[in-house]
Design a protein around this ligand. Structure first.
Ligand SMILES: [Zn+2]
Length: 68
């Protein structure tokens, strides 16, 4: 269907992480074809080591507040 969509339907926001640039692109994508319709902005973004470390995820799973 490439090239057949005129992006006249509904759209959604999406983000694309640019690893080399250390940025997040905020874009608008077409719900029909998934193609990008435009870029809203870019924001500087670098993943925080504490949020991506395996130990952080394990701690979240064993959070006593989550056990009820
Ligand atoms: Zn489209």
């Amino acid at each position: 269907m490439s090239g057949a969509c005129d992006h006249s339907g509904t759209h959604s926001g999406a983000t694309r992480y640019l690893r080399e640039a250390g940025q997040l692109r905020l874009v608008v994508v077409c719900d029909d074809c998934g193609g990008e319709c435009g870029e809203i902005t870019r924001v500087d973004y670098l993943p925080h080591p504490a949020l991506t470390a395996p130990s952080a995820g394990a701690a979240a799973l064993t959070d006593p507040l989550a056990r009820g």
